[in-house]
Design a protein around this ligand. Structure first.
Ligand SMILES: Cc1ncc(COP(=O)(O)O)c(C=O)c1O
Length: 454
């Protein structure tokens, strides 16, 4: 082979390595949907455009679960590409519910939640073999019970705790546990629209023979067993919910990810058969990937444990220990244990005040504009904080009024990236907007929205 050829081969190789590294770095961001990320202005939106004519279900399956940020690595942390200047106007990416709003509080806490784990710790698969959920760290379980008792948002007595890699894994474990293994056809899974956009995707992803997504619970009329997901406060619209199908063969899963006092008044401890919670939306530690289920029925808890055993052979102990430390700090800040009162603001005060401020800012802009509207919530008393307030959800469910038929596309033309109503089983006149970004991004969003005239 001559020198020239070797040289050009080398160039091709180097180019290929560079392209692959580039591609690898772009496969970074996973948000509330857990799929490898594509470029914001590339594949993902392109796919959306191409799918405009496709049936709604098909289209949703393809894109609803995909979050749209790209990662740019900095020396100290990773930031979404939306935080980066983008030729004139900055992109504002509020598509996924990434809870970075909470960073500020946890920075103020300094080393209070630092966890040091030595190489000799947490080597075993097992945590407590006397527990049905044998990979549940006792310290984590203790803290979950303490926090629920303190906040008064769920009954823990007579419940089995099952820990999961996020409540996402627990949702799948619950479906597995609740469906009879020998039924002649898959069990229908429903939720009232607008429903959390990941439910259809998580339900049908592996084309299980045990269960299948059956859509909007309001439209479910078949006289056979079903599972209904009751999400309260609801993602995306923040409504307080009860089951809607109410037939005798129904099984309920209560997804209570947002039943915390920064989002909604806590009026009574939830007391359902199967309740899902997550640190992602309570303390804001989505990256820890820790959720928990409170389960009344022992056999259901056992089967959920079995699912997680087969799926991931348990749940990271390091993460459980970290989550326990964080939830202890939340509880301590509210109990004022080990902190001078002037030193640390109680976590739920801090986060309530921040959410209140954001909702006031957003409502002021929306009221001024004739283009948009937001849902209204009634005032209720919170037994935890003693405050009377309206639900201030983690997402704004914004409607484009008048002639705008596709709110997501409309806002995108102003470089505001949101998730359109079709992903939640309703019209494209609606979009879901995360209320949980960092302060700077939220302020920019409100400012941008206030400037939109048409
Ligand atoms: C209603 C609801 N349930 C579950 C989840 C997933 O939570 P996790 O991060 O614990 O998997 C989310 C995340 O946004 C959610 O909104």
């Amino acid at each position: 082979m001559d020198k020239g050829k070797v040289l050009s081969l080398r160039h091709v190789l180097m180019l290929s390595v560079a392209l692959n590294v580039g591609l690898f770095l772009r496969l970074g961001y996973v948000g509330e949907g857990w799929r490898a990320e594509q470029s914001l202005h590339g594949f993902c939106l392109e796919e959306k455009r191409q799918n405009r004519g496709a049936p709604m279900e098909d289209f949703s399956q393809k894109v609803a679960h995909v979050s749209k940020g790209k990662l740019v690595e900095t020396a100290s942390s990773s930031v979404a590409r939306s935080d980066v200047e983008d030729g004139g106007q900055r992109d504002i990416n509020l598509d996924h519910g990434d809870p970075t709003m909470y960073e500020r509080f946890w920075k103020q806490m300094g080393d209070k939640t630092t966890v040091v784990i030595s190489g000799s710790q947490y080597i075993s698969y097992f945590s407590d073999i006397t527990n049905i959920c044998w990979f549940l760290e006792p310290e984590f379980a203790k803290t979950v019970i303490r926090l629920h008792k303190l906040v008064g948002n769920a009954i823990t007595e007579g419940r089995h705790i099952v820990v999961g890699t996020g409540s996402t894994q627990l949702y799948q474990a619950a479906l597995y546990a609740l469906c009879p293994p020998d039924a002649s056809e898959p069990m229908s899974v429903v939720s009232a629209a607008p429903f959390y956009s990941s439910y259809p995707l998580m339900t049908d992803f592996l084309k299980s023979g045990l269960f299948k997504w059956a859509g909007d619970a309001h439209k479910f009329s078949q006289d056979r067993p079903y599972i209904e997901l009751v999400t309260s406060p609801n993602n995306p619209d923040g409504s307080t919910r009860k089951p809607v199908v109410n037939q005798k063969d129904g099984i309920l899963i209560h997804d209570l990810a947002y039943y915390w006092p920064q989002y909604t008044p806590i009026n009574s401890p939830a007391d359902h058969e199967l309740m899902l919670f997550t640190v992602s939306k309570s303390s804001g530690h989505a990256g820890a990937r820790i959720g928990w289920a409170l389960v009344k029925d022992q056999e259901v808890a056992r089967k959920m444990t079995e699912f997680i055993e087969i799926n991931t052979i348990g749940v990271s102990k390091d993460s459980q220990v970290r989550a326990a430390k964080i939830l202890q700090a939340v509880a301590d800040s509210c109990d004022r244990v080990g902190t001078g009162p002037e030193e640390v603001q109680p976590f739920f005060d801090h986060s309530y005040i921040l959410m209140e401020k954001r909702w006031n800012q957003l409502r002021a802009v929306v009221e001024k504009s004739r283009l948009f509207s937001l849902p209204n919530f009634s005032t209720a008393h919170c037994n935890f904080s003693g405050r009377n307030f309206e639900t201030q959800p983690a997402f704004a469910w914004l409607k484009c009024e008048g002639e705008i038929e596709d709110c997501e596309i409309f806002l995108r033309s102003h470089q505001i990236f949101t998730r359109g109503g079709e992903h939640f089983g309703v019209s494209r006149k609606y979009v879901r907007i995360s209320m949980l970004p960092r302060d700077e991004m939220f302020d920019l969003f409100v400012e941008r929205l206030s400037e939109i005239r048409s």
